[in-house]
Design a protein around this ligand. Structure first.
Ligand SMILES: NC(=O)c1ccc[n+]([C@@H]2O[C@H](COP(=O)([O-])OP(=O)(O)OC[C@H]3O[C@@H](n4cnc5c(N)ncnc54)[C@H](OP(=O)(O)O)[C@@H]3O)[C@@H](O)[C@H]2O)c1
Length: 323
């Protein structure tokens, strides 16, 4: 039996139940790992609450890192003792787990498990957002909402490294300072300031090539007013709640804009894409261009508090859970 955090019925943070579960031997194509750390991501709250439905009971969490303790029949890419990390839907908050081998990647020696658990889901998300959804280039100006969050701090550094001017919205002065230390050239306190007016001021009316919006309800449709004609609206999350309806004619009115609602699962569905995405992340982290601020660590048994803090806007950067 191993320690895990399960959900028996969707709901608030209180439904995260710390308990002992059985972990089976890996089946064909699977590996079993001893998890040193699991990542906390906003999607964990959508699944916990039932906004993204999942069959119950389930072990919460979508990301983790640890060493391989057993390999199932047919697995040739991994052996016992390998250091690995992964992103896979559900099963993350657990001291040990079984997962499909084709969703795991080997960790470079220089990346500790704790850092890996704080960066695989968010970092590969940033990889596809800035390299594939909209290719950020030197000279571009982009706006990123929730700049001091997990995805936000990585996005700021990566886009800055590419050579873009990066503007971020944040919920407090402390978060503004942190964002500026992590790649952002300008920050906007979007709870107090009109962020559209500030974007016009900062860009001298030129606006942005792209807006990366993981906040959703509260920043829509104002985000569209920050984008240049023919620019890209990337709606990749909904920490303030989902965008209820989207009138496509708005894109014409705001300047023949493009809009997309991407997910990591689609972009990294194929093994090839996953490996390329992970390698690109390992490269920018290995070179020091992107640092992974793991700013909160909770015990697995304190998963409820971790969710309260994430939803209460109290966390910055990445958060991990350890057994
Ligand atoms: N589509 C994908 O492939 C993909 C993958 C990973 C993550 N995501 C999305 O990316 C976003 C960021 O994820 P994350 O895990 O890195 O979380 P996070 O940014 O660390 O946390 C969410 C942040 O959103 C901001 N926020 C604004 N309004 C909020 C509200 N009403 N309630 C709570 N927070 C609010 C808060 O920052 P301030 O206090 O500064 O406002 C908060 O810290 C989420 O929307 C997530 O779903 C999408």
């Amino acid at each position: 039996m191993v320690a895990a955090v399960r959900v028996h019925k969707p709901g608030g943070p209180e439904v995260l139940t710390y308990e002992e579960i059985d972990v089976e031997a890996p089946g064909p194509g699977q590996i079993r790992i001893n998890q040193h750390a699991s990542g906390l991501n906003y999607i964990d709250t959508y699944i916990r609450s039932g906004m993204y439905p999942a069959a119950t009971p389930f072990v919460a969490g979508n990301e983790g890192a640890g060493e391989v303790t057993a390999v199932g029949p047919g697995v040739t890419d991994f052996k016992v003792g390998d250091r690995v990390a992964y992103v896979v839907t559900l099963g993350g908050y657990s001291a040990e787990r079984v997962l499909p081998a084709d969703r795991a990647v080997k960790l470079p020696d220089g990346i500790p498990y704790e850092q890996a658990a704080g960066m695989m889901l968010k970092g590969m998300t940033v990889e596809y957002l800035v390299q594939r959804t909209f290719k950020v280039q030197k000279g571009h100006t982009i706006l990123v909402h929730a700049a001091a969050g997990g995805v936000g701090l990585i996005l700021g550094q990566w886009a800055n490294h590419i050579g873009a001017t990066v503007i971020g919205t944040v919920g407090s002065k402390e978060k503004a300072e942190l964002a500026r230390k992590n790649g952002y050239h300008h920050t906007i306190m979007y709870r107090d300031e009109d962020f559209v007016a500030r974007i016009k001021e900062i860009t001298k009316g030129e606006l942005c090539e792209a807006v990366y919006d993981g906040v959703g309800k509260d920043t829509f449709p104002a985000s569209l007013d920050c984008i240049k004609p023919l620019g890209m609206f990337v709606s990749f999350g909904s920490s303030s709640g989902p965008i209820a309806e989207f009138n496509i004619n708005l894109l014409q009115q705001k300047g023949s804009l493009f809009a997309t609602r991407p997910t990591l699962n689609t972009y990294n569905a194929k093994r090839d894409a996953l490996v390329k995405s992970a390698n690109a992340l390992f490269k920018v982290v290995g070179s020091g261009a992107v640092k992974i601020p793991v700013n909160q660590t909770y015990k697995l048994k304190d998963a409820q508090q971790a969710h309260r803090d994430l939803e209460g806007r109290k966390t910055t950067g990445s958060t991990i859970l350890v057994p």
